[in-house]
Design a protein around this ligand. Structure first.
Ligand code: NAD
Length: 295
């Protein structure tokens, strides 16, 4: 069992840390918001006064923070986690951040004799609670084999995508594709409905034809087709529009750096951006279907 320091106990980090306690690991937690630590402490974790205090005695450090600037701020510099960690410590940053920061932090950790994986997740708060997250890791195979044993306490499918930053790249590629097929699924269903087709019947036809895709199969954006989907629950998230927009923003930034053509991803970002600005930022991302409905 590992001795884990878990930093960043928000919507995702909180339940992930609880699952590590349940899996039998020694867990010490820290968050800037005191109350965020309570639920995990109630399950048996110890509370640290600062992020650096959480390092004491930890062989594994997991972070789950909002964005790249928070990760760089915590890891780098003379007072950062990397400078203060004991040799051999394994870091796993599960936040969704830009690949460049992930590479920079990963290389800084390796240069210091530490191990580091970027390990962003697929799956939302429900998957974090259920311990069914997918992890997409970037780093070396030695760190991956070691980290996998801990990640198994929080998730099911754990992949090594490549070197530092590769986990973040896998994540933005996946979510850009998700945005594109969600929008395509929504507009196809609405086109059918505008022609008098029953969206349930059309969904069944497309599920058994070449239009079959994950959004149609698991997350139907048309209300009342799939009782368990957010579309049948007033588009309560689920996966919020603002989080999809964040991931599409990271994909677009990376496409500029790598000079990659991403016309479909770029259009998806524009559509989600204008949808978000109309008061939909905190609704489920499948609500994009409403863009195709006449007022
Ligand atoms: P959140 O805002 O709920 O939680 C972030 C936590 O980090 C907060 O509690 C905040 O106080 C803490 N924090 C920030 N800076 C800190 C610091 N320096 N030291 C200690 N604590 C600090 O965010 P979330 O929804 O838990 O998401 C976390 C990450 O996971 C993000 O990168 C997000 O994009 C990604 N993600 C979220 C979801 C989701 O459905 N919420 C799904 C997949 C991936």
């Amino acid at each position: 069992m590992a001795n884990v320091a878990f930093i960043g106990l928000g919507n995702m980090g909180g339940p992930m840390a609880v699952n590590l306690v349940k899996a039998g690991h020694q867990v010490t937690v820290f968050d800037l918001v005191d109350a965020a630590m309570d639920a995990v402490v109630a399950q048996g974790a110890s509370k640290a006064a600062t992020a650096l205090d959480a390092l004491a005695g930890a062989d594994t450090v997991i972070t789950m923070l909002p964005a790249g600037k928070h990760v760089a701020g915590l890891y780098l510099g003379d007072e950062g986690l990397i400078a203060k960690a004991s040799t051999g410590t394994l870091f796993m940053d599960c936040s969704t951040i830009d690949a460049e920061t992930a590479r920079k932090v990963g290389e800084a950790a390796t240069a210091q004799g530490l191990q580091m994986l970027d390990a962003p997740v697929s799956g939302g708060v429900k998957a974090a609670q259920a311990g069914t997250l997918a992890f997409m890791c970037g780093g070396d195979t030695v760190a991956f084999e070691r980290g996998k044993k801990v990640l198994e306490g929080m998730g099911k499918n754990i992949f090594l995508a490549g070197d530092h930053g590769a986990g973040q790249i896998a994540k933005i590629c996946n979510n850009m594709l998700l945005a594109v097929h969600m929008i395509g699924t929504a507009e196809a269903l609405q086109l059918g409905a505008n022609n008098g087709l029953d969206p349930k019947v059309l969904s069944e036809i497309m599920l058994n034809s070449s239009g079959k895709n994950w959004s149609l199969e698991n997350y139907n954006p048309y209300p009342e087709v799939m009782p368990t989907a957010p579309a049948s629950n007033d588009y309560k998230p689920g996966f919020m529009v603002q989080l999809m927009l964040k991931d599409l923003g990271l994909a677009m930034e990376n496409s500029l750096v790598t000079q990659s053509a991403v016309p479909m991803g770029s259009l998806a970002r524009s559509l989600y951006s204008s949808f978000s600005q109309k008061g939909n930022a905190q609704r489920d991302f499948s609500a994009i279907l409403e863009m195709f409905q006449s007022e």
